[in-house]
Design a protein around this ligand. Structure first.
Ligand SMILES: [Ca+2]
Length: 484
């Protein structure tokens, strides 16, 4: 039986469970707002799609970092679009998150739960989000990291990981120049124990780094295609490790100006494989404030560097007057702990790892809106299909966010779900509702966090709310177990 058939059967089984949830959700949704091409008065029937994906960018909303990090261009985009303050990825690691988002299927369904398996090994026939547009007449091109960039130095393997020919007409990755590899200052904060854990203020210009080249290539393609229509993927690689950016971005953040996260003394401990595991945990346990502060500074520098490249792409939309012809989606591929629970990474089921940045701007949609509605990254594919009037050939797990874009208080779902695995047998699943996060490991009782009173999830209140636990555990069954 093919994987797609298995998914189809699973979907049928789940339908009954879904029905009740959907029925009550539907009661909350106002009459369907229209972003459809056919309903627009614009002369061009087909919208362009600009998907800007950023690697390892945490959501700053509500965090202690919010007023620290300088992102004037992201703010500029937010002024044009809707910022989703509760957007959740389905697996908080690059490849599984991106494969889920691009197919509209949960990681439980794709079976892709690590960075070792590329999309087509698992789902050779699935029609991805850019592919749907490509096969409907859009020009489709990718610059930088849209899918996980596996394949090492082998050019053919790299193209396969980028899904060239299927998702995209062309896909291009970029390398740091010789000048950009020269560090003016920097160090490995683990004394080499973790190879990735180093920062560097680089010599050269923005275009000596991949993100500068990605912005330049994206702008050139926009200029070339005008309102073709096109689907362009612009995948920035910072602030992902190694934490390198041109020196001027480090100069924006004097080390003494930064405040780092400190855990409250009464924080509730969790099992070791939830967070703080392995070699990473051992290295972070030795960190002093100096190491945390240096990493945080480098992460801020990388974020501002990425933001400047974003600005170049937004300038191209301004210059070519494309805002009223383009659906712009800005996402991080998952969240990131910058010190919370002594963790500097993703791959946990805490809010900081599961929640990611999401901003959407579309013609006819009011700018500067903020939505607190729960949304998931599996909703992005149906949103693109809805706005572009295209039919997805398989059943997706998400729903269109059009109604939220039209009216930010609209709800499309009561809960968001995220999965992590720890080896072939152990996994954890988390459900986030407006108030609660419940996390359940396959071999363990549950943790429950009350976001009304504990937004950083420091206190497990499962024993105080057995009824909530039992209700949320029941809801968690909606997504099923991960495929092996
Ligand atoms: Ca990532």
């Amino acid at each position: 039986m093919s994987t797609l058939t298995q998914i189809h059967i699973q979907n049928l089984k789940r339908k009954l469970t879904f029905f009740i949830a959907i029925f009550f959700t539907a009661l909350l949704i106002s009459p369907r707002a229209s972003l459809h091409a056919a309903d627009r008065t614009s002369s061009s029937a087909k919208l362009n799609v600009l998907l800007i994906m950023v690697d390892d960018l945490r959501d700053y909303g509500g965090a202690f970092t919010r007023d620290v990090v300088k992102t004037p261009n992201l703010d500029r985009l937010r002024a044009r679009g809707t910022t989703f303050e509760r957007a959740y990825v389905q697996y908080p690691v690059c490849n599984p998150s991106r494969c889920s988002m691009m197919t509209g299927l949960r990681a439980e369904q794709t079976g892709i739960v690590g960075n070792d398996k590329r999309l087509r090994e698992r789902l050779p026939e699935i029609v991805t989000m850019p592919q749907l547009c490509k096969e409907s007449g859009w020009q489709s091109h990718a610059f930088g990291k849209l899918y996980h960039l596996g394949g090492g130095k082998n050019p053919e393997a790299r193209q396969a990981w980028m899904d060239t020919g299927m998702s995209w007409h062309t896909a291009q990755a970029f390398e740091t120049t010789t000048t950009g590899k020269k560090m003016i200052e920097g160090r490995n904060v683990t004394d080499g124990a973790l190879n990735w854990c180093h920062w560097g203020a680089a010599a050269g210009t923005d275009d000596d780094q991949p993100d500068g080249q990605i912005a330049a290539a994206t702008v050139a393609k926009i200029e070339e295609l005008g309102d073709a229509p096109w689907f362009i993927g612009c995948g920035f690689m910072k602030p992902h490790d190694p934490f390198i950016a041109p020196k001027k971005y480090f100069d924006m953040y004097p080390i003494d100006s930064l405040r780092i996260w400190h855990e409250p003394a009464d924080i509730a401990p969790v099992r070791k494989d939830a967070v703080g595991f392995g070699d990473y945990g051992k290295a972070f346990a030795n960190f002093t404030d100096k190491e945390w502060t240096e990493l945080f500074r480098a992460y801020c520098a990388g974020t501002s560097f990425m933001d400047a490249q974003l600005g170049r792409v937004l300038d191209a939309l301004d210059k070519n007057k494309l805002w009223d012809k383009t659906l712009v989606i800005f996402v991080g591929d998952h969240g990131y702990h910058t010190g919370e629970r002594n963790w500097w990474n993703k791959n946990t089921l805490f809010e900081r790892s599961c929640r990611a940045p999401l901003v959407i701007a579309a013609p006819g949609i009011k700018g500067g809106q903020t939505s607190r509605s729960l949304v998931e990254f599996v909703d992005l594919y149906p949103t693109v299909a809805d706005v572009c009037d295209l039919k997805i050939p398989h059943e997706v797990a998400g729903v269109s966010l059009s109604s939220v874009l039209m009216s930010p208080d609209n709800k499309v779902k009561e809960a968001a779900f995220t999965l992590v695995t720890r080896g072939p047998k152990l996994y954890g699943q988390s459900i986030r509702t407006a108030r609660w996060r419940l996390t359940k490991w396959s071999d363990d009782p549950t943790q429950l966090y009350d976001h009304d009173n504990d937004p950083e999830e420091n206190h497990n209140v499962a024993s105080e709310h057995p009824d909530i636990v039992s209700e949320l555990v029941k809801q968690l069954q909606i997504v099923g177990k991960p495929q092996s």
